[in-house]
Ligand binder design. Structure first.
Ligand code: NOJ
Length: 542
């Protein structure tokens, strides 16, 4: 496989509102990020994926953009942004921008124009349909509850919004829209950014009249055109958010010969704790054998024909240590287990801010404590349908997006060192024990496991390019796999449970020295392993 710089890179996602405030307004900002670049350098990451910092009315916290070429004053200025790109570059870190072009804000000038009248030159930038029997054109639903169609009184038509009413969908069939998007992307490429993370990019080929949203027939044509018109000639990292991707679909996006994207985020593992055919709020316990099967399928099926991204967390997902680990007694051990399991796989790993110190979910007692539009809309919709408050809060505390959006816990000072003002979203009260300063001072911290994993990836091509074989497929709690490359073999083995486990591995070697581990041991007797709760290790087999 032709080597690419992003094959060996580790990406760190920053959700700017919650990362670091520098001007005491309670909202994280670009100067705050700059002040923490040395910390990120110490962690060892190569790329920052920056969630949106553009001008936005913040209906969906910046994923509703009203000007793609302006910075929201909450975050600073374009000069700050240029400085961030520059200062990151000086430290060998590239900035990947969030590209949100399935929709704009309803306050974007294109939409402001479009809704003026049916003949407006911008009308066709969006998706408008006449009412059918005085109702919505069809039954499409918004991800954020309710119909995906909003009636515009002024012009007597409905517009499509797959997310909030304030996020009208762009009409990608219109060439002028595509041109505008490419010009905007080139504006950012000219600034020297490292690439794009593409928000719900699988939706841009939608055919609303057939109720087709994901993976529409023209999707890949658009991406090939985008590639040609923008980043194709530059050596950038592009990653598409694609909820419905199967391995076959992922190859269509990321096969090097197809000239589309570097890689996609697939979400098959993310859906494993929700009931079949229902929403993420409809909880079910995780089956570890299924998790192993899904992740392993993705490890082996792309081969030379695509590239994986690896993640447990992002700004839309609950904290992994609370979700599938143990955020009490075994927080440290389970957080390290997740880190090792993922970072030893093939693909580009993504770390979400605070994951490297094992930040946890923040349970709320009342809906008034929630900020996220998805959470709030779902709560009211389901309450009206008869769900109990208790069950809704249980779902929100397990899956709500605010969990990941709490301010980063930097130290044990007031407001966790995030701000001197009042944070836009309350800081988790556990900041006095879980914070960056303490993690840096403790050589056994989760932080240093991440640091070491990143370093190992840079030193050992086996991690980047080795083959993958799952072991003990049927075992209910042991997650073990082999990586092999140019005659080398590494074994990764984890006890994904709170109980001590005894096991025998299907390998010939009996004793081995650890490459990385989450319990102190000089060697592992592979013929008779006794693993402590969440115990995880990596060894080289002779
Ligand atoms: C996916 C983003 O990750 C999420 O935060 C956002 O709400 C939707 N796309 C809509 O832009």
């Amino acid at each position: 496989m032709l080597e690419k710089w992003w094959h060996q890179s580790v990406v760190y996602q920053i959700y700017p509102r919650s990362f670091q405030d520098s001007n005491h307004d309670g909202i994280g900002d670009i100067r705050g990020i700059i002040s923490r670049l040395d910390y990120l350098k110490e962690l060892g990451i190569d790329v920052i994926w920056l969630s949106p910092v553009y001008q936005s009315p913040n209906d969906d916290n910046g994923y509703d953009i009203s000007d793609y070429q302006a910075i929201h004053p909450d975050f600073g200025t374009m000069a700050d942004m240029d400085d961030l790109i520059e200062q990151a570059k000086e430290r060998g870190i590239r900035i990947v921008m969030d590209l949100v072009v399935n929709h704009t804000s309803d306050e974007h000038k294109w939409f402001v124009e479009a809704r003026k009248n049916k003949d407006n030159p911008y009308r066709d930038y969006y998706v408008w349909r006449d009412p059918v029997d005085e109702k919505e054109p069809n039954g499409m639903r918004s991800t954020f509850s309710g119909p995906a169609w909003e009636f515009d009184e002024e012009t007597g038509q409905y517009y499509l919004h797959l997310f909030s009413k304030k996020q009208p969908d762009l009409n990608w069939e219109n060439e002028a829209v595509r041109r505008e998007v490419y010009d905007m992307m080139n504006f950012w490429i000219d600034k020297g950014i490292g690439g794009f993370r593409m928000d719900v990019i699988d939706l841009i080929g939608k055919i609303p009249d057939q109720e087709i949203t994901g993976n529409g027939p023209k999707l890949h044509d658009y991406l090939q055109e985008m590639n040609q018109q923008t980043f194709g000639a530059a050596d950038l990292l592009t990653v598409g958010e694609t909820w419905g991707a199967t391995p076959e679909i992922a190859k269509a996006y990321s096969h090097p010969d197809r000239h589309e994207l570097s890689m996609v985020f697939q979400f098959e593992h993310v859906g494993l704790d929700q009931q079949e055919g229902k929403d993420k709020w409809d909880l079910k316990a995780l089956s570890i054998p299924k998790l192993k099967a899904v992740l392993s399928k993705w490890q082996v099926s792309l081969g030379e024909e695509g590239w994986n991204s690896l993640f447990w967390n992002n700004h839309d997902l609950p904290r992994i240590v609370s979700r599938w680990g143990n955020d009490g007694e075994y927080r440290r051990q389970s957080a390290k287990m997740f880190a090792i399991l993922l970072h030893m796989m093939k693909g580009t790993p993504y770390i979400y801010q605070g994951e490297e110190i094992g930040m946890t979910n923040y349970p709320i007692a009342d809906i008034s404590e929630a900020d996220d539009i998805e959470t709030i809309n779902m709560y009211h919709e389901r309450l009206a349908e008869g769900y109990s408050k208790e069950s809704l809060l249980a779902s929100i505390n397990a899956k709500g997006r605010d969990n990941a959006r709490r301010p980063v816990q930097w130290d044990s000072s007031n407001q966790a060192g995030f701000t001197n003002g009042t944070p836009w979203l309350a800081v988790h009260p556990n900041y006095q024990t879980i914070n960056v300063a303490d993690s840096l001072a403790d050589e056994d911290s989760i932080f240093y496991t991440y640091q070491k994993l990143i370093q190992l990836r840079k030193e050992h091509p086996i991690i980047v390019y080795g083959s993958y074989t799952l072991l003990l497929e049927e075992d209910p709690v042991i997650f073990a796999y082999l990586r092999e490359y140019e005659g080398k073999r590494w074994l990764v083995c984890a006890n994904f449970s709170e109980e001590v486990q005894k096991l025998q591995l299907e390998v010939d070697e009996t004793e081995s020295k650890p490459i990385i581990q989450n319990y102190q041991r000089d060697f592992y007797d592979l013929s008779e392993l006794v693993l402590e709760p969440y115990e995880t290790f990596v060894v080289e087999l002779d």
